[in-house]
Design a protein around this ligand. Structure first.
Ligand code: NAD
Ligand code: WQD
Length: 336
């Protein structure tokens, strides 16, 4: 298939471009580089041995997008292009609404104009808010806990509505749990700008000496060791799920929504212990109060993804830490 990958220079996008190419698909990346370096795509080219066409375009720019559609005959679009910081979305809600919701609408409009009907969308477990129980099935109640979460929920609703109204529009809505890890080569990985919000990049930066210690947000949760429990999923497993999803649509599959997680929860202390074990580095830590908006525990039911796509996460927590650490130690300052 020929696939437009919007946000393809970002963390999950770059890994997905690698897996698409490895599966024999043709890729064109569309990325404004609002939160990524074009160097990520040079690294993708080193891994795959193939040239990757990259259009530096904002998905809200309809004319520029139309230009890309006019130069290629796409079978599908994968849409990663969004702002993703929950904390920042409280400071700049309108920026998030505009980038993530308007961006998705403009992109779907240009797809319709170009006659491209297959769409893979990056959603998030954040649409479950504080879930009532785990493992979480896709049928669980949806609620948002932040302006960022609202953008994902609204985009999901628009996509669902459009697939009801337009018989030519078929979408895969993928709800990621906690993506971590990096490509086995160590050439690409997560490179947050500023202070990392998420656990694994923070641990990596402590281990490599960029930050003195990890703060653990809360050790009084009703979990097995008092720290928060999440469903960490290797980014390469996640990338492969996108290949399955786009191929499923390519074979005439109907619109669907699935969770992408392992089905296992790990606490913050378990992640730190695994990281120390595989890296051989100490991760100094201190305990801090709970972070506003955090929930004690959640993990996915990944059953539907297995049944529908034949997808199951292969890599365990040790492998996630090992690959994250290889990336961080090979590129201590990210894509500089
Ligand atoms: P990322 O920031 O690394 O990648 C997003 C990419 O999109 C970046 O390259 C950025 O430059 C680009 N982009 C942003 N807005 C754009 C716009 N208007 N036009 C063109 N390009 C634009 O983030 P990621 O971690 O790879 O996340 C990818 C997607 O997955 C996002 O939609 C995110 O909301 C979603 N998601 C991420 C996580 C996570 O923890 N990483 C979890 C659940 C869902
Ligand atoms: C994991 C655990 C923290 C940092 C976020 C978004 C979610 C989705 C995935 C996009 C929690 C603890 C963290 C630190 C810590 N993103 N922690 N010290 O919050 O589960 O999910 O990313 O869609 O929407 O909310 O991930 O990695 O921030 O936190 O103790 O410095 O690590 O409290 O228990 P989270 P996270």
């Amino acid at each position: 298939m020929k696939v437009m990958v919007c946000g393809g220079a970002g963390y999950i996008g770059s890994h997905t471009v690698v897996e698409l190419i490895a599966s024999g698909h043709a890729v064109v990346v569309v990325d404004s580089h609002a939160n990524s370096s074009p160097k990520a795509l040079e690294r993708v080219e080193r891994i795959t041995g193939e040239k990757v066409e990259n259009a530096c375009v904002d998905v809200r720019d309809a004319a520029a997008l139309a230009g890309v559609f006019s130069r290629h005959d796409f079978d599908a679009v994968i849409h990663f292009a969004a702002l993703k910081s929950v904390g920042e979305s409280w400071q700049k809600p309108l920026t998030y609404f505009d980038n993530n919701i308007s961006g998705t609408i403009v992109l779907m409009q240009e797809m319709a104009r170009a006659g491209v009907g297959k769409f893979v969308f990056s959603s998030s477990a954040t649409v479950y808010g504080a879930p009532d129980f785990s493992p979480i099935p896709e049928s669980a109640a949806l609620r948002t806990a932040s302006p960022y979460g609202r953008t994902k929920l609204i985009a999901e609703e628009l996509i669902e509505e459009l697939s009801h109204v337009d018989p030519g529009f078929k979408a895969a809505v993928l709800r990621y749990f906690n993506p971590v890890g990096a490509h086995q080569s160590g050439l690409i990985g997560e490179d947050p700008s500023g202070t990392p919000n998420n656990l694994m990049p923070y641990i990596c930066q402590v281990a490599v000496g960029r930050r003195p210690y990890l703060q653990i947000f809360g050790n009084d949760y009703p979990t097995r060791d008092g720290t928060g429990v999440r469903d960490y999923v290797h980014v390469v497993d996640l990338a492969r799920a996108h290949v399955r999803a786009v191929e499923h649509l390519g074979k005439g599959g109907e619109t669907f929504t699935v969770n992408l997680g392992t089905g296992c929860g790990h606490s913050v202390l378990e992640v730190v212990a695994a990281f120390e074990r595989v890296s051989g580095r100490q991760v100094p830590l201190s305990y801090a109060p709970r972070r506003a908006g955090d929930v004690a525990e959640y993990f996915a039911s990944p059953e539907l993804a297995r049944r529908l796509l034949g997808w199951k996460a292969e890599y365990d927590l040790d492998r996630m830490c090992e690959d994250a650490w290889r990336w961080q130690s090979m590129s201590p300052d990210g894509y500089v």
